[in-house]
Design a protein around this ligand. Structure first.
Ligand SMILES: Nc1ncnc2c1ncn2[C@@H]1O[C@H](COP(=O)(O)OP(=O)(O)OP(=O)(O)O)[C@@H](O)[C@H]1O
Ligand SMILES: [Mg+2]
Length: 249
């Protein structure tokens, strides 16, 4: 039986806490993310959004609680995290492409090394994805020859080449020149339409409203409010959310 038929979440976050020394950033978060969810996380700077996202794939080690991914407690030290992390694509504000490799090499490195794909198979799949984001003609360019928006679309493709079950985005457009934001959002919008499970940290409120099925407000180490986008933006309940929205909308 598939996990979904049990309504088992793809990711189950249970009492997640994270402290850096005496700074308690995440204070006991409980949240379920289901297959096909497009969850947007918004909140003030320093509230712990990136920390939350990085805990989901254990780039940060939680100091409290559990994270179940596809039914496995990945916070269990006995678990081989690399195996599970391959199923979680992550896209950062900075693109982190290897500057000395062309785009095709950047895209095929991990599938060949970690998933044992042949070069031909990896390149065929990479080329299909490049076509989807309109960058097939740049396969043999180097990162320095691409614009920021193109580099970020490549970074998304790099994550997709691993055939992830969830994509995590941490402010993927905030380092881009304004005219390049749209092309990256357009790729993300297509992914959401194709029912990719996504967790997105962003300051793009209009985009959150348009694409999310759930929006969550992080402040003071918790998700203070969660709602469908209409409700979240149209009828916020929490005073801190109201104040946040009044500053960003
Ligand atoms: N490696 C670290 N060591 C110490 N403190 C950290 C570390 N990473 C994050 N913090 C602190 O944790 C808090 C939350 O940081 P985080 O980056 O998660 O916030 P954020 O909500 O993503 O903010 P922004 O919107 O500015 O990106 C901040 O007070 C930050 O200084
Ligand atoms: Mg952040």
């Amino acid at each position: 039986m598939s996990a979904n038929m049990n309504n088992e979440p793809l990711i189950r976050v249970q009492d997640l806490g994270k402290s850096f020394g005496s700074i308690h950033v995440l204070k006991g978060i409980n949240v379920n993310i289901y297959k096909g969810d497009v969850v947007f996380v918004v909140g003030p700077s320093g509230s712990g959004k990136s920390t939350f996202l990085r805990c989901l794939n254990l780039l940060e080690e939680p100091t409290q609680g559990h994270i179940f991914f596809e039914g496995t407690d990945i916070t269990d030290p006995k678990v081989n995290i690399d195996k599970h992390r391959q199923k979680m694509g992550m896209v950062f504000q900075q693109f982190n492409l290897f500057p000395h490799m062309d785009i095709m090499k950047n895209l095929t490195l991990a599938p060949m090394k970690l998933q044992g794909k042949s070069q031909q198979e990896a390149e065929t799949e990479a080329m299909q994805l490049l076509e989807r984001v309109g960058l097939a003609d740049r396969a043999h360019a180097f990162p320095s020859q691409l614009s920021g928006g193109q580099k970020q679309r490549i970074a998304i493709v790099r994550a997709l080449c691993m055939k992830p079950d969830v994509m995590l985005f941490d402010e993927p457009t905030s380092a881009l020149d304004p005219e390049m934001v749209g092309e990256v959002l357009s790729v993300m919008r297509d992914l959401a339409k194709e029912k990719m499970t996504m967790v997105v940290v962003t300051h793009e409120m209009g985009f959150a409203r348009e694409v999310a099925n759930r929006v969550m407000f992080m402040d003071e180490g918790y998700f203070m409010e969660e709602a469908a986008p209409e409700e979240f933006f149209g009828n916020p309940k929490n005073e801190r959310l109201k104040s946040f929205l009044s500053k960003v909308l």
